[in-house]
Design a protein around this ligand. Structure first.
Ligand code: ARG
Length: 476
């Protein structure tokens, strides 16, 4: 038969008067990037052929030959000796052509009751499902590394910031736990997305279903799908699952980017809260003293790529009429890029976090600047009976005195403190016990409730987060 599956120079089919031009062939081919789907394509084809045989749509002998042929092709691909041909357009036609070369007529029966439209949608879902599982595992590894670091620093005091100004003391462990919360939500979103990825399009054929007596549930079961796509038009045209993944990936990267920004600030000698192991940093080609945090900087930059991948997919879909359109071939590269970028970033972060050296003294010194315990003094006055707004004003007065004298609230003597806060007769409210609330330790220990920064709470929160991660992975 003179078809493009067998003859490179032939027209697409008998319906065509001439072959596709070289230029168009290059423009429309996707095999250079979609060969990445080869193994899931074979998995999908095996499940489809098995069902065709079980339903007596093809013979048992055809099925055995298809199985043998595809197994051989899989080995060729894994060994790197499979010859990919651009003139065979995409991964699907390359594999089908090779199958027919290997086993003859039975190979030509594989595509019965199927279209590349439901085939490619199935491949993409199978591939993404595996990647989501891998990304979840990496996210868990990173979160566990953060939890270990948080545990080691449940008592380490640093300044907490708002507006990048010293606000109140917090523990470094508490600060790290904020990222663990973000990553937990990311994992929940990934799992939620996975449930919608894991629906089988096969059986939709080109767009309207097929006239053969197929058993879609059988194929779904073989391939580990939770169910089948309910509408054939939607099954071949839907790419929501890829968009949802990219949205989740973009948000995950946004969290990584925020952490990166903090790491870059913390490692700066101007702040000097942490050091990152040398193997994650680079020097400068001109300035011998430099040690640059390239990894977090790149992660911050790569966040833009993943947001771009999401935008590309949204734009790809926005004007497509039902059902399949060739536009959809453009879904792969952004999706692959988002998966690769997120996976690589998580891998390098999980390796980098355990190598972080925390400079407790620098953190503590910074927390002692900027009147981080001013709120504690106001709270102290409230507990002695003053209304909060009055207490706020009295402490603002005391801070003003400290600014003028260049000292901290804790440096003021009891008398000086009483004097400084004596706006409305509250001086008498202050006793010697005030010194305890003005210390950093007193401040953090006081925030002893769920979600607070007290070391006791931080340790409990770490235990809860560990449990949650373990539970998420048992449930799957
Ligand atoms: N390479 C194509 C894609 O990625 C496969 C589906 C082709 N379908 C078609 N009707 N031309 O979308």
């Amino acid at each position: 038969m003179n078809s493009p599956l067998h003859n490179k120079t032939a027209a697409w089919s008998a319906r065509f008067a001439e072959p596709v031009s070289e230029l168009v062939q290059r423009y429309t081919a996707s095999v250079s990037f979609d060969q990445r789907l080869a193994l899931v394509d074979i998995r999908g084809s095996l499940a489809h052929a098995e069902m065709l045989a079980a339903q007596a749509i093809i013979s048992q002998d055809d099925w055995r030959q298809i199985q043998d042929g595809l197994t051989r092709i899989r080995a060729e691909i894994e060994a790197g000796i499979f010859v990919w041909q651009q003139d065979l357009e995409d991964v699907h036609l390359n594999i089908e052509a090779r199958l027919t070369t290997l086993i003859g007529i039975a190979g030509k029966r594989l595509h019965t009751g199927r279209s590349r439209n439901d085939q490619v949608a199935t491949d993409l879902r199978l591939w993404l499902r595996d990647e989501i599982d891998q990304i979840g595992f990496l996210l868990k590894t990173l979160s566990m590394a953060l939890l270990d670091l948080a545990h080691a620093h449940a008592d380490t005091i640093m300044p907490g910031f708002t507006h990048l100004q010293v606000a109140q003391p917090v523990t470094f462990g508490h600060h790290l736990l904020a990222y663990v919360e973000m990553f937990l939500r990311d994992q929940q979103r990934l799992m939620d997305c996975r449930a919608r990825v894991n629906q089988l399009p096969l059986g939709a054929a080109a767009l309207a279903g097929t006239s053969y007596p197929i058993d879609r549930m059988r194929v779904a079961h073989t391939l580990g799908f939770d169910g089948v796509c309910r509408n054939s038009l939607d099954a071949v045209s839907d790419r929501d699952f890829a968009i949802e993944f990219c949205a989740t990936a973009a948000l995950l990267m946004t969290h990584i980017s925020r952490l990166s920004e903090e790491l870059v600030l913390w490692i700066s000698p101007r702040i000097g809260f942490i050091d990152i192991a040398d193997r994650f940093c680079t020097g400068s080609s001109i300035m011998p003293q430099k040690k640059n945090p390239d990894v977090p900087e790149l992660a911050r930059g790569k966040t833009g790529r993943v947001v771009g991948d999401l935008m590309a997919l949204l734009m790809l879909m926005k004007a497509q009429p039902l059902a399949y359109n060739k536009d959809n071939q453009e879904d792969k590269e952004p999706l692959f890029d988002a998966v690769d970028t997120v996976s690589d970033t998580l891998r390098v972060f999980a390796a980098m976090i355990p190598g972080i050296v925390v400079k407790r003294d620098a953190m503590r010194a910074a927390a002692l600047q900027g009147y981080a315990t001013a709120t504690d003094l106001a709270d102290y006055l409230v507990k002695k009976g003053l209304a909060f707004r009055d207490a706020h004003e009295a402490v603002a007065q005391a801070v003003k005195v400290c600014v003028a004298q260049g000292c901290d609230l804790a440096d003021l003597s009891l008398d000086a403190l009483r004097h400084a806060t004596s706006l409305g007769g509250q001086a008498e409210l202050i006793g010697a016990d005030v010194q305890a609330v003005l210390t950093l330790e007193g401040s953090i220990a006081a925030r002893n409730h769920i979600g607070g920064t007290a070391p006791e709470q931080v340790r409990q929160a770490i235990a809860v987060a560990r449990q949650t991660w373990l539970r998420l992975f048992c449930e799957k």
